[in-house]
Every structure is written in structure tokens, then in C-alpha cells.
Design a protein around this ligand. Sequence first.
Ligand SMILES: Nc1ncnc2c1ncn2[C@@H]1O[C@H](COP(=O)(O)OP(=O)(O)OP(=O)(O)O)[C@@H](O)[C@H]1O
Ligand SMILES: [Mg+2]
Length: 254
Amino acid sequence: MSWALTVIDPRWAMARERLRGVGRVFFVESSKGGVGKTVFSALLALVLAEKGVRVGLFDADFTNPGLHTVLGVEPVLEAIGEDKGVLPVEAGGVLFMSIAFYTGGRPLGLRGYEASSALVELLAVTRWGGIDALVVDTPPGIGDEHMDLHWLRPDTRVIAVSTPSRLAVESLIRLIEYLGSQGIRVAAVAENMSDKPSLRPLAEDRGIEYIGPLPYDPGLEQALGSPAGLRSTKPYRVLRRLVDRGLDTLGWWR
Ligand SMILES: Nc1ncnc2c1ncn2[C@@H]1O[C@H](COP(=O)(O)OP(=O)(O)OP(=O)(O)O)[C@@H](O)[C@H]1O
Ligand SMILES: [Mg+2]
């Protein structure tokens, strides 16, 4: 991604402009798959909405979108409106946008540049309407989408999700170090599916805020597809309490 591309392809400038209208942006990332990024993104957006924050939720996992399933939104084109752009769908007080509305949830194999193109296209047309915060769920790993997102919104706050498993933790450290080498600071580490704060020292020794532990809740599976159901899960209640107490990463609640 370079400035030259914004001249050749004006969608990049449009996407940047659209994102500039959003108060604060959070990228939920992890190099390891399956640690709970998608669930955490949805819970964070639902907590913020409950607090009266005008919040958007964007599914940047284009090859494997899952947020519509978590929120219980039908992935059909008819769900989204159009008015000088594309309007996100409201679910549980959250404004939601996903590629799934266009693909109908069908599989999508994308090469790197195609993923970049699809991402910028969707961000260029989506009208968030002056929201206070946007939570972005990203695919596992560090790929083109991540680099593009960071370029589009350099002041974003990264929340890295991990479980306490050694495999996930090694991957978390690599992510923190890699992003650091690119000049991107991880703002917070969220420890998911855990009953004790194993990752607190790892985060705090690096000057990173610790969020957690968010417990494993066997009832979460049943709650998928219902914002009200999600709001009754254990990780939601813990996250809401942490947000109530004030998280530096979020910024409003001090
Ligand atoms: N706190 C939790 N309690 C119970 N189940 C959870 C919790 N967090 C996540 N899960 C479950 O773990 C699985 C993986 O979660 P999720 O899809 O959010 O991970 P992910 O990091 O987004 O995965 P991917 O890397 O594939 O995008 C899902 O089945 C989800 O319902
Ligand atoms: Mg996911």
C-alpha cells in the first residue's frame, strides 16, 4: 500500500475518509486462530452499545466471516440499505457490516490483492454515520488486510486476543513483537476462555493493558445468534464489569 495507489485507485482515499468520521477504532487481532476474536469483538461492541456508545462492528475476515452468525443477522443483500453509500444493519444496538451480505455466507477464496480490493471497496462504500467507536474483527494471522487496515487508520488501538494455551501465547508474543517492529503498539491483551489472569504479567511487563480473564462459558454456544443471549453470558458480564471500572484502551471510562 502506498500513497501512489490512492491516486490510481480513489477507493483508498474514500475508505480513509469514511474511517476518519469514526471516533475511535479498535482492531481485534491474533496470529493464532480460534482464540475468540470474533466472539470478543461482538461482546465488546455489545457492551459499548449497552453503555450508550454509538458503535459499529465490521467483519474484516473476508474469507471466513462469522459475526453475522454471532449476532444472528441473515447474510442477505436485502438486509442492508443504501443511501449515498451502504448502510450497516442494526443488531443489539450495534451497527454491523460484513462481506457476508454480498456473498450470502458462501465460501470466498481470495488472493492477497483481491482481499485488499474487497476490503477497501466495502470500507469505501459503508456509511457509519458519525459513530463514536468501530470494532473491527480481523482474520487470524498478519496478512494484507491487517496491513491495509493499519494504513487506513494508523491511530487504531489493537486489542490482541489470546487463550492461556502455550501455543496461543507464543503466537501472541510474536504478534506483539512483529507489530512493534512495524511501529504499531498493541494497546491491550484480552485473555479469553480462562479462569485466571495468566497473561497479566506478560502484558503489563510490556506496558500493555490487560483485559480479563474472560471465562469459558459452555452456555455461549446456545447464546450465539442472539444479542440478548450473548449479554447473559459469563464473558459478557465480566467484560462489562471491566469496562465499567475503566479500561485505558477504550478511553472514555476513566
Ligand atoms: N469465552 C468463551 N466461552 C465459550 N466459548 C467461547 C468463548 N470464546 C470463544 N468461544 C468459542 O470458541 C470458538 C472460537 O471462537 P471465535 O470464532 O470467536 O475465535 P476466532 O479467534 O475468531 O477464530 P478465527 O481465528 O477462526 O477467526 C467458537 O466456537 C466460540 O463460540
Ligand atoms: Mg474469527
